[in-house]
Design a protein around this ligand. Structure first.
Ligand code: EPS
Length: 358
């Protein structure tokens, strides 16, 4: 693992560190901050997002704005006030309250929400936005979009450039019509919460990255490790969801034309046998609804084992549009790790040369 994340949701600040980053790259801080802003802007976010104005303060690993090869550390300030909240002993179903209490045995359930909060996804967004600045030198690009929110499902398959040009940052849909439908669905469930599905696509990746020697170096294994680490993610599907087809229709057949080996389809989502295969990497991510809801839910007071209702705590209706920004950056971070493992560390020009010669 080439990164670390710390910071409590309502503490002073969030902290991120990225190791093994190549030397010699001028870091564009505005780009990182724009990604952080997009993560905050999703339709259906709660009041907390009007308090926070996320931006990175890089505290190590740069010399006059250029990376040195040393770990890059940064902080993102929390602006939400940190005044003592009323203690909580009624666990919210779906949240980490109950299980964390069983393990850590500290009475106030607010304590666990500090790490279980999705606040740290601001850090992973910044880590991915730094990683992207190395991927740019390899011409690797990534996009993501929301294709399902609540009961609405957009069955279109959008191509990479269309998503890149048309991205609606409020809903994460590249389609105006679906964007409106998603907003309407969120408006229908303001006292509740909604999950959804996000597609992440990466392009221009050479075939043969990853490995099958060690099973956890497989790119699909890495995708699982990275994408399942994000709160709410309950399913990760690589490639087209057409598993009902027989093999002759599912397999991506080869053909040779214009001095190039190409494929007739991309069911495999760019990955075969744990390696990239040169096609776009396509990952579909399923996210459950946020556990915190305005409607009271049945629970038990852990102080006295009396049946009790949960009390409302400020939250978002949906984090699916935010997840779209987060998961694109998770893809950036995952690809960065895979490439560094395959092509080594050092000055970025040497790494780019090794990659291009491969
Ligand atoms: C979250 C609850 C809300 C969200 C938070 C995640 O925060 P609060 O408890 O302060 O109202 O807004 O997300 C963020 C702070 C963020 O930056 O994404 C939770 O319980 O997970």
């Amino acid at each position: 693992i080439i990164f670390s994340i710390s910071g409590d949701s309502h503490g002073k600040m969030m902290v991120g560190t990225l190791e093994k980053f190549p030397a010699g790259i001028k870091i564009n801080i505005d780009y990182i901050n724009k990604e952080l802003e997009k993560r905050q802007m999703g339709y259906g976010r709660g009041k907390r997002m009007s308090i926070e104005k996320d931006s990175v303060d890089i505290i190590s690993g740069l010399w006059k704005g250029v990376t040195t090869g040393a770990p890059i550390s940064f902080v993102i300030k929390n602006l939400a006030d940190n005044t003592e909240k009323e203690e909580r002993s009624i666990p919210r179903p779906g949240h980490g309250d109950y299980s964390a209490f069983k393990k850590y045995k500290l009475d106030n359930l607010n304590i666990y929400a500090e790490r279980n909060s999705a606040r740290w996804t601001s850090v992973i967004t910044a880590l991915g936005s730094i990683s992207k600045q190395f991927l740019n030198h390899l011409n690797i690009d990534t996009v993501s979009y929301v294709y399902s929110l609540g009961r609405i499902l957009d069955e279109n398959n959008y191509d990479f450039d269309f998503v890149k040009e048309n991205k609606n940052i409020h809903t994460g849909s590249p389609n105006e019509e679906y964007s409106k439908l998603f907003k309407k669905e969120i408006d229908n469930f303001l006292k509740n919460s909604l999950g959804g599905k996000i597609r992440v696509i990466a392009k221009n990746i050479k075939p043969g990255i990853g490995d099958y020697s060690n099973l956890f170096d497989r790119i699909d294994s890495k995708i699982g490790k990275y994408f399942f680490a994000i709160p709410s993610v309950k399913g990760v599907v690589i490639g087209a969801e057409n598993f009902h087809l027989p093999g002759t229709h599912y397999n991506d057949e080869f053909y040779f034309e214009n001095n190039e080996i190409s494929r007739k389809s991309n069911s495999a989502g760019g990955i075969e046998a744990g390696f990239t295969n040169g096609e776009n990497i396509v990952v579909n991510v399923y996210a459950k609804p946020i556990p915190t809801v305005l409607e009271p839910m049945d629970s038990v007071d852990l102080k006295n084992n009396n049946n009790a209702k949960t009390k409302y705590i400020r939250s978002d209706t949906t984090a699916v549009p935010a997840l779209s920004v987060i998961l694109k950056n998770v893809m950036n971070l995952m690809l960065f790790e895979a490439i560094i493992e395959n092509f080594g560390t050092g000055n970025y020009k040497d790494i780019v040369k090794r990659y291009q010669e491969f």
